[in-house]
Design a protein around this ligand. Sequence first.
Ligand SMILES: Cc1cc2nc3c(=O)[nH]c(=O)nc-3n(C[C@H](O)[C@H](O)[C@H](O)COP(=O)(O)O)c2cc1C
Length: 175
Amino acid sequence: MQWGKRVLTCVAGVAAIISMAGCGGSGNAGTSASLASEATQTITPSTGSESATLVAYFSATGGTLFEIEPAEPYTNDDLNYNDPDSRVSKEHDDESLRDVKLTTTDVPDWSSYTTVYIGYPIWWGEAAWPVNTFVRANDFSGKTAIPFCTSASSSLGSSASNLAKLATTGDWKEG
Ligand SMILES: Cc1cc2nc3c(=O)[nH]c(=O)nc-3n(C[C@H](O)[C@H](O)[C@H](O)COP(=O)(O)O)c2cc1C
């Protein structure tokens, strides 16, 4: 790993510090959804949430943040996995619905990054699927990819290796 080179950090929703009311399916999904964008400048609290989550980061070598942002944002209702009719439940039950469109998959100066950290919440044991769209759309050739996750209780599990399979290129670390 070449730490002297630039490091890109991709944040899917909240991707470093997390809190969730309840665990293991009994919680109210999405209570802590929040968005981080544009390096360290703009942190926008989630809408409709009684508790907002801040993602703070420090990078000594100049990591850049890129938000993986669904074109249609997930509302708290969308994230309620206890409701079989919620958006996530429908997407979970029907794989064809998981091809979530993003506002953009283009990272400015993508070719300049040698290391890409990819952060995401675990959904049903896997990477939240908006991340799939980002991974499929980008060429990881010559890059080191390091997945990391937040969750209520699950570990990375197979989420990282499945992202590596989707990407088909890049040197994907265990995460
Ligand atoms: C649709 C959905 C599915 C989830 N599935 C899991 C899971 O399988 N295991 C787990 O530990 N947490 C699960 N969680 C909890 C999230 O992974 C956890 O709250 C995460 O930190 C949320 O990050 P975010 O606020 O950045 O979206 C799930 C949450 C949602 C909304």
